[in-house]
Design a protein around this ligand. Sequence first.
Ligand code: HEM
Length: 158
Amino acid sequence: MSAIADVLWQFAKWSEATSMGRMIRNSEYAFPMIEFVHLAALAVIGGAVLIVDMRMLGLGLKKTSVAQLAKDAQPYVTASLIVMLVTGVMLYSSEATKCYASAAFWIKMVSLLLAMLFTYTVKKASAAKDLENKLVGVLSIVLWFGVAWGGRWIGFGG
Ligand code: HEM
């Protein structure tokens, strides 16, 4: 096992042994309730990301400028992302060794890192120029789809 894989495995075992991980795992209602919040925040981030990506593609709310739409959607993206990260870590802590062994989980984590970087750098700068940019719109949709696909596929044992 490589050194990084071993550190990630030790971290997964440690996460599951935390009082939060044990509490969620041993509770009948905690996991579904936290996942409900995870999914509700997913609806908000999905909408706030897509409304700007569609505008970048020349679709959707064309009466509003790209820059204005991105500015109005930004607080929803950031707030729902914070909720996704907090609830995601809680869900992870209850089944960390399952996530460790899940290819879908690692595809999700890599997609999430790239999607966050892209959203707060390239996409933000492009929107500020107030220009439709189809490549930026498509790349953003592909990256966030990777996150959502990975999240759903963990549950299928992928
Ligand atoms: C914006 C970021 C995120 C998005 C869009 C996202 C999306 C999703 C989706 C679509 C599901 C499937 C829910 C279902 O239908 O069962 C899910 C579940 C899950 N997510 Fe996330 N997620 C995000 C962040 C995170 C983070 C940061 C973590 C962990 C560090 C995480 C861990 C999990 C876990 C453990 C599950 C449950 C999988 C299972 O069913 O066993 N998520 N997420």
